[in-house]
Ligand binder design. Structure first.
Ligand code: BTN
Length: 324
C-alpha cells in the first residue's frame, strides 16, 4: 500500500523533486520509513533520484506488472482490485486455483512475469519467457450450473479480442473455441479451469496468455510459423501494463453482460468475432479426425460440424484447422 502511495505522489511531480519531509507527512510515517520503501522500489527497477536537500524524484518506472504500476491504471470497479504478483511462477492458473481453493474472492487476479510450466489447452505447454508478454489468471465465482461454464470461456475470448483490437487497431479472429489469431497466426490463448459440484460452479480460473512484445525469432522453432505477437503485427512495442488495464476493463464489462443479460448476447458477439459459419474445417478431437462444414456453436458453446455425408457432430473439445 505504502509503495503505491509513494509512487502515486512521485508521479504527480514528473519533473520535480518531492521532499522526504512532505512524503513522510503525507504518508504519516517517519522519513527513515520512506527511505526504506524507496530502497525497496529501487530494487524493483524504479529509477529514483535521492538528494538530501531536495528529496526524491522518480526518473523512470520499469516495465513491470507489479500492483504498484497496475493499480494506478485500473479502470475497473472490482476486477483486479486484489493482485497477486510474482516475478516467476510455474503457472498462474495453478496458483490461482490454489488461492481460490483457499477462499480467494471473485475478481482476484494472479500475474506472473514468467512461467516455468505455463499450461496450454489439451495438455500442451504455453511458452512464457520473462517480461515480454502477459500471463494472467482471474478468479471468478459465477452462480451458474457447470454446463454453462464454457460460455465463460467464449465470453473471455470476446473480451480478449476486443482488448487486442482496441490496443492494436487490428481486427483479430477467434478460432473455436478460444484461440485469438491475427493474420492466421495465434497471438493469444485461453485456458479455463473449473471446480464445480454437481449443480453449481464453485469457481472458474480464467487463464489468459497474450504474446505482446516477443520477437518472432524468440519463439521455439515448432511454433515460430504459427505464433505471433502484438509487436510483430503492429511493428511497435506495446505497453504491457496499459494492455493489462484494458483487458481487465473488457473482462469486467463482458462478464457483467453475461451475468445480467445471459449467454445469448455473448454467443452473438462471439459469432461476429469468429466468422465460423460455413467454413470448411478439419477437426481433431480425442485422436479422431473429422472433416466438414462448420454449422454454428450451440447454446453451450459446442461446435456443430456437418460431415460430407450430411451427418451432424457436436464437438465439445479439440482443435480445428480451417481449410480454404
Ligand atoms: C492455449 O493453449 O491456447 C491456452 C493457453 C493459456 C495460457 C495462459 S498463460 C496464463 C495462464 N496460466 C497458465 O498456466 N496458462 C494460462
Amino acid at each position: 500500500m505504502m509503495d503505491e502511495e509513494i509512487l502515486r505522489l512521485l508521479k504527480k511531480h514528473p519533473s520535480a523533486f518531492l521532499s522526504g519531509e512532505e512524503l513522510s507527512r503525507r504518508l504519516n510515517v517517519s522519513r527513515t520509513a520512506v527511505w526504506k520503501r524507496i530502497r525497496h522500489l529501487r530494487s524493483l527497477g524504479y529509477e529514483i533520484e535521492a538528494s538530501t536537500r531536495s528529496g526524491y524524484w522518480l526518473v523512470q518506472s520499469p516495465d513491470i506488472l507489479a500492483p504498484s504500476e497496475i493499480k494506478l491504471l485500473l479502470k475497473t470497479k472490482w476486477l483486479g482490485r486484489t493482485i497477486h504478483y510474482f516475478p516467476a511462477l510455474d503457472s498462474t492458473n495453478s496458483k490461482a486455483y490454489e488461492l481460490a481453493t483457499g477462499g480467494a474472492k471473485e475478481g482476484e487476479i494472479v500475474i506472473a512475469e514468467s512461467q516455468a510450466k505455463g499450461k496450454g489447452r489439451l495438455g500442451r505447454n504455453w511458452f512464457s519467457p520473462p517480461y515480454l508478454n502477459l500471463y494472467l489468471s482471474v478468479i471468478l465465482r459465477p452462480k451458474i450450473p457447470p454446463q454453462q461454464a464454457p460460455l465463460i470461456t467464449l465470453m473471455a475470448a470476446v473480451a480478449a479480442a476486443e482488448a487486442i483490437e482496441k490496443s492494436s487497431g487490428l481486427r483479430p479472429l477467434i478460432k473455436w473455441p478460444n484461440d485469438i489469431l491475427l493474420n492466421g497466426r495465434k497471438m493469444a490463448g485461453l485456458l479455463n479451469e473449473i471446480k464445480s459440484e454437481t449443480d453449481r460452479v464453485d469457481f472458474i480460473i480464467l487463464g489468459i496468455g497474450v504474446n505482446l512484445n516477443i520477437d518472432e525469432k524468440m519463439f521455439p522453432k515448432e511454433i515460430r510459423s504459427i505464433a505471433t505477437s502484438m509487436k510483430r503485427e503492429t511493428g511497435q512495442a506495446v505497453s504491457r501494463k496499459d494492455f493489462l488495464a484494458l483487458l481487465l476493463k473488457e473482462l469486467e464489462k463482458w462478464y457483467t453482460i453475461f451475468l445480467e443479460e445471459g449467454g445469448n448476447v455473448i454467443l452473438e458477439s462471439w459469432r461476429r468475432w469468429a466468422q465460423i459459419k460455413g467454413r470448411q474445417v478439419k477437426m481433431t478431437s480425442f485422436g479422431e479426425t473429422i472433416g466438414g462444414k462448420a454449422i454454428d456453436v450451440d447454446s453451450e458453446g459446442a461446435l456443430i460440424i456437418e460431415t460430407r455425408h450430411g451427418e451432424r457432430k457436436r464437438i465439445v473439445a479439440g482443435d480445428i484447422e480451417y481449410r480454404r
